[in-house]
Design a protein around this ligand. Structure first.
Ligand SMILES: Cc1cc2nc3c(=O)[nH]c(=O)nc-3n(C[C@H](O)[C@H](O)[C@H](O)COP(=O)(O)OP(=O)(O)OC[C@H]3O[C@@H](n4cnc5c(N)ncnc54)[C@H](O)[C@@H]3O)c2cc1C
Length: 470
C-alpha cells in the first residue's frame, strides 16, 4: 500500500471526527510548548478507542508510514513533534474505565488528562499522587511514556512506580492487553517496564492500571529560608526521619528564581518580608487523620533546625488558599523561565548527597567558560533532580550567549553531572533534543541493548522515528 492510499484508509477507519488535515487546524499538534519544537504531518489522527488505534497502526505498518504518538503535547524534549508521518493523538481516548477503591487501582484510557485523574481518585476518597506543573494538559499516556517525575517523586516514585499494568498497540498493530491489577506477578520479564520512558518508540500505550493511595488527611505546607544546599540536605534528612518518611515535597528555590517569578508572572507575591538566598517548599502529609499533628510536628522540626542554623525563616500555610499561594510560585517557574529568554537548560539529577557539591561547583565552571554567566537551578531537591540553567551575563544578548557558549557550557555542566554519577535527563526524556547526549553519556552496552529491543519490536522503524535513539 502506498502512502496516499494508507492515509485514505486511515481516514475511513477513524471517520470524519477522527482526523484533521487542514494545516491551520493542525498547529496545536505540530507546534509545541517550546517554540522551537515545530513539526510537520500530512494527517493528525484522533482515534476513538484501542481498536481504532490498532487498525490505524496496522495500515501504517503495511505502508511503512511513520507514526508519532502524542498526548497533551507538553513534553519538553520534542518527543511528540511529528517528523513527516502521521501524528496520532490520544486526546479523544479520555475515559476512566474503572475505579476499584478496594484494590486501590484505577483503570484508564491513555488520553486522560492527569488533573482529571487526580480529581476522579479524590472523588472516590483515594489519591493519585503524580503531580507536575503541566497536569492540566498532560496525559497519563504521555506521563508513562516519558516516565514523568514531578513534585512527589520523593515519596511515591516516578510514573513508572505508579502503574501496575498497561495496554499497548505494538508496531505491527497487535494489541497487548497487559492491564493487570496485581501487586505480585513474577512471570518473566518486565514487559510493562519497557514502555515506560520509551517515548512512543516501541508502541502506543492505550490504557493503564494506576496505583492509588489513601487520601492524605493532614498536610503542612511550609515555605522556609535556608542558608544553602547543604543545610537543605540536612533538613530533608531530619524531616524524613521525624515524620515517619512522610515528606511529600521538598523543592529547592533560590532567590534568583523568586526574582524571575516576580518579574514575569502576574499576581506574583513574595511569601516572606525579608529576602534570603535560598528557599525550600516543603510538604509533610499523613494518611492518618488522628494520632499525629503534622503542623505541630513541622513546627518542632523547624524550631530545632533554626537553633542549629539550618533554617533562617519560615511560614507555614494556615489555609488551603495560603498553600495555593506557595504552590503558585513553584508551579509558575517553568513559565517564568520560558519568558526569561533562551538559556542553557539542564534537567539533571545526581544522588541527593551530591547536590551541595554540584550546586557549589557548577557556577565556578560556568564562570570559567563565560565570566559573569548566571548559573543556578531550582526544583525537585528531594529526589536529586534540579532544573539548572546558565544564563548570559548582564548586558549580553541571549542568542549571542547561546551561539558562543551554549554547547561548551552544556557539556561542561553535564560532564560534572556524569562525574557525580548523575543523569543528563532526569524526568523530561530524550525526544530529539538530547540525542547527542545519549551517545555522549549513555553506556555503549545500554545503547546496544536499547537498539536491539527497538529492532526486534519495530524492525521497520515506524514508531516515532528520530526520537530517543535517533
Ligand atoms: C510547565 C511544564 C511543567 C512541567 N513539569 C514537569 C515535571 O515536573 N516533571 C516531569 O516529568 N515533566 C514535566 N513537564 C514535561 C511534560 O509535562 C511531561 O513530560 C509529560 O509527562 C508529558 O505528557 P504529555 O501527555 O504532554 O506527552 P506528550 O508531550 O504529548 O508526549 C511526550 C512523549 O510521549 C510520547 N507519547 C505520548 N503519549 C503516548 C502514548 N499514549 N503512547 C506512547 N507514547 C506516547 C510522545 O510520542 C512523546 O515522545 C513539564 C512541562 C511543562 C510544559
Amino acid at each position: 500500500m502506498g502512502r496516499d492510499e494508507a492515509i485514505e484508509a486511515i481516514k475511513r477507519v477513524v471517520g470524519p471526527k477522527g482526523y484533521i488535515e487542514a494545516e491551520a487546524d493542525m498547529k496545536p499538534y505540530t507546534e509545541g510548548w517550546i517554540v522551537t519544537h515545530k513539526g510537520r504531518s500530512p494527517l493528525v489522527v484522533r482515534p476513538a478507542g484501542t481498536e481504532e488505534v490498532a487498525a490505524v497502526v496496522k495500515i501504517c505498518a503495511d505502508a511503512k508510514l511513520p507514526i508519532t504518538p502524542q498526548g497533551g503535547h507538553t513534553g519538553l524534549c520534542g518527543g511528540a513533534t511529528p517528523t513527516g508521518g502521521i501524528l496520532l493523538s490520544l486526546n479523544r481516548m479520555n475515559r476512566i474505565r474503572e475505579i476499584d477503591p478496594v484494590n486501590y487501582t484505577m483503570t484508564v484510557d491513555a488520553g486522560c488528562v492527569l488533573e482529571e485523574l487526580q480529581k476522579a481518585a479524590d472523588a472516590a476518597d483515594r489519591y493519585f499522587p503524580l503531580s507536575l506543573a503541566a497536569e492540566g494538559s498532560c496525559t497519563i499516556g504521555g506521563n508513562l511514556s516519558t516516565n514523568a517525575g514531578g513534585t512527589n517523586t520523593l515519596r511515591y516514585g516516578n510514573a513508572r512506580d505508579l502503574c501496575f499494568g498497561i495496554e499497548v498497540v505494538l508496531p505491527d498493530g497487535t494489541v497487548w492487553d497487559g492491564l493487570k491489577r496485581l501487586r505480585k506477578d513474577n512471570t518473566g520479564y518486565d514487559l510493562r517496564g519497557m514502555f515506560m520512558g520509551a517515548e512512543g518508540t516501541l508502541g502506543i500505550i492505550t490504557g493503564a492500571v494506576l496505583k492509588l493511595y489513601p487520601k492524605p488527611r493532614q498536610i503542612a505546607a511550609t515555605w522556609l529560608a535556608v542558608p544553602g544546599a547543604a543545610a537543605a540536605l540536612e533538613l530533608l534528612s531530619r524531616a524524613r526521619a521525624a515524620s515517619g518518611d512522610s515528606v511529600e515535597t521538598f523543592e529547592f528555590i533560590p532567590r534568583e528564581a523568586v526574582e524571575m517569578y516576580l518579574r514575569h508572572i502576574p499576581q506574583a507575591a513574595d511569601p516572606l518580608a525579608t529576602k534570603y538566598p535560598f528557599y525550600v517548599l516543603m510538604e509533610i502529609a499523613t494518611f492518618a487523620a488522628e494520632g499525629v499533628d503534622v503542623t505541630a510536628l513541622t513546627e518542632a522540626l523547624l524550631e530545632k533546625a533554626a537553633e542549629d542554623g539550618l533554617v533562617t525563616d519560615a511560614t507555614i500555610a494556615q489555609s488551603e488558599a495560603q498553600r495555593d499561594k506557595l504552590w503558585h510560585i513553584r508551579e509558575s517557574l517553568p513559565e517564568a523561565s520560558r519568558r526569561e529568554g533562551r538559556a542553557v537548560h539542564l534537567d539533571m539529577a545526581v544522588p541527593i548527597a551530591k547536590l551541595p557539591d554540584f550546586y557549589a561547583r557548577a557556577p565556578q565552571i560556568a564562570e570559567k567558560i563565560c565570566p559573569g554567566a548566571r548559573a543556578w537551578g531550582f526544583g525537585h531537591f528531594g529526589d536529586g533532580n534540579l532544573h539548572y540553567a546558565v544564563r548570559p551575563p548582564a548586558g549580553m544578548a541571549h542568542p549571542d550567549f547561546m551561539e558562543k557558549h551554549g554547547k561548551p557550557m552544556e557539556y561542561a555542566m553535564l560532564d560534572l553531572v556524569a562525574e557525580l554519577k548523575g543523569s543528563f535527563s532526569a524526568e523530561h526524556g530524550i525526544g530529539f533534543e538530547k540525542l547527542a547526549d545519549m551517545t555522549r553519556y549513555k553506556a555503549p552496552v545500554e545503547l546496544r541493548l536499547m537498539k536491539s529491543l527497538k529492532a526486534s519490536l519495530d524492525p521497520d522503524g515506524i514508531m516515532n522515528p528520530g526520537k530517543v535513539l535517533g
